[in-house]
Design a binder for this molecule. Structure first.
Ligand code: NDP
Length: 487
């Protein structure tokens, strides 16, 4: 399947062999090349935007039920090929096959969720400011969306933008990350199978600084839907050459607070899952934990055991491993840098700190889940986004101290609380300056509720009804009525 997608672009409902330079795509578990992508040229980018523009009016004017049906068909096509698509994802991203399959099924779920939302796009009738006027407020699709996505969740992060756009009546040009382009191209295959009209969905490939940037600056693109690092998000916001709508889902440095009333085992399980899953390459990964001092050492002892119990392997050979390879050399290097920084500044190594040993790990980007204790905010692990399997832990002496430390970051994506005392829960959840707060669970992002960051973690929302609102303009229609003749 990957060989069929190698060097291809999906534009105007058809597959083209890109004419631009080739970029190799590597399997991060082995270092082997699995295929190559084409760096889209300026002509190809223009062609994709023009195809999306040409398809827009027809797609927007379809009855909502027709767009809904198309999204249901897309969800079915994706779910039916979950195994094949998961294989592609594991080969390019490194996560274990079972986890990749779970992500593909969540993409299918997003298709069905927004298929249902598509038929519930309501407006409002607003009472007039005078008795002879009334106002209609209706929602209209923005137009052509440029979607730019990262490599950590190559299916879902494309899917949220794709599904909400299509449900709203927008058309889309997708530029996936160079590290994980084949999942997006495989989604385009399913778009074809679902018989979504030509030009409604287009996928182009190539380096973000060139191809992504061209979408940002393109006058034919009405909205940019971006997920990625805060630095690139800021650059995108600053470099648009025309006014356009933007949603920016950016980086995080997510805290967890464990109070004395918490179920300690549940807190440990949650911390280990949300810190190390996908090798910590999650925007809402728990990066740092603040634990009430009386239970601090007990927490560390249990976290050590739980982290050491996680299995690591080549995700293709060991589909049910807990962890696979990291996606590339860069996040691994950053993890080592943050670990070195913490140890140099006095942190205590609780577990991990090195790559797993053995021939199976010799050529891939592997690292053991690592926990450091007694951390301070002078350490990068407690203030910067590591995006790797490194967790910093520190004790606290009062809730206000925990809150102040948790909020001491330029980010505001997700935070986590483990506490049984409802007074503590209320106090903490109202004071944590984050777009998402998960209490006694670690699933801060679910399909039916808005998901978005504050501060340097971005603007706008994905998921839920709010996620779809990002793809609409409101139109106010103010109507004056005369007294009917011959009344
Ligand atoms: P990057 O910001 O490096 O890249 C994201 C995407 O932007 C890629 O497709 C990249 O292309 C492209 N890109 C790079 N430069 C430009 C540019 N100048 N103009 C337009 N597009 C550009 O992020 P990563 O891929 O490294 O992803 C990790 C980051 O994503 C982390 O910070 C993480 O927190 C964040 N993230 C946020 C989420 C959220 O919901 N808030 C969810 C998941 C991840 P290419 O790579 O091909 O060069």
């Amino acid at each position: 399947m990957i060989s069929e997608l190698s060097g291809k672009l999906f534009i105007g409902g058809g597959w083209k062999t890109g004419v631009g330079a080739r970029i190799a795509v590597l399997n991060p578990a082995t270092g082997e090349s699995i295929g190559e992508i084409a760096a889209s040229t300026a002509d190809e980018i223009n062609e994709a935007v023009a195809a999306a523009r040409a398809a827009f009016r027809g797609w927007a004017d379809l009855p909502a039920k027709a767009r809904s049906g198309a999204l249901h068909r897309l969800g079915d096509a994706i779910a039916a090929d979950a195994d094949g698509m998961a294989r592609i994802m594991t080969m390019e991203q490194g996560k274990p096959l079972n986890e990749a399959r779970g992500e593909i099924l969540k993409l299918a779920e997003a298709c069905h969720f927004y298929a249902e939302e598509a038929v519930r796009v309501h407006g409002e009738i607003v009472p007039g400011d005078t008795t002879d006027h009334h106002s209609l407020v209706i929602r209209e699709p923005i137009g052509v969306v440029g979607a730019i996505t990262p490599w950590n969740y190559p299916a879902e992060l494309v899917g949220w933008k794709l599904c909400a756009s299509l449900a709203a009546g927008c058309t889309i040009v997708i530029k996936p990350a160079d590290l994980t382009p084949f999942t997006a191209l495989a989604i385009a295959r399913k778009v074809e199978e679902a018989k979504i009209p030509a030009g409604v969905v287009n996928v182009i490939t190539g380096p973000g600084s060139v191809v992504g940037q061209a979408l940002v600056e393109h006058p034919g693109v009405d909205k940019i839907a971006f997920t990625g690092s805060s630095s690139v998000g800021l650059r995108i916001q600053q470099s648009a050459t025309t006014v356009k709508r933007m949603s920016l889902e950016l980086g995080g440095n997510c805290p967890m607070i464990v109070t004395e009333s918490a179920d300690l085992d549940a807190a440990v399980k949650g911390a280990v899952r949300r810190s190390f899953r996908n090798m910590g390459q999650i925007c809402i990964a728990i990066n740092r934990v603040y634990v009430a001092r009386p239970i601090y050492e007990a927490f560390l002892a249990k976290v050590k055991v739980a982290a050491e119990a996680l299995t690591i392997g080549n995700g293709l050979d060991k589909p049910d491993a807990d962890l696979g390879a990291m996606a590339s050399a860069d996040p691994l290097a950053k993890t080592k840098e943050h670990l070195g920084d913490a140890l140099a500044k006095g942190a205590r190594l609780v577990t991990g700190g090195a790559a797993p040993e053995g021939e199976a790990f010799a050529r891939g980007h592997f690292f053991r889940p690592t926990v450091v204790a007694d951390c301070t905010h002078a350490m990068k692990v407690m203030s910067e986004e590591t995006f790797g399997p490194l967790l910093g832990v520190a004790p606290y002496d009062g809730l206000d101290e925990a809150i102040a430390r948790a909020n001491d970051t330029p980010y505001g994506l997700a935070s986590y609380v483990y506490a049984k005392d409802m007074d503590e829960v209320r106090y903490l959840t109202t004071r944590l300056d984050y777009g998402n707060v998960a209490v006694n669970n670690v699933d801060a992002g679910v399909m039916n509720a808005p998901y978005g960051g504050r501060k340097q973690s971005g603007v706008g929302y994905e998921h839920g009804r709010e996620g779809m609102l990002e793809y609409f303009n409101f139109k106010h229609i103010r109507i004056r009525h005369d007294e009917p003749k011959g009344r």
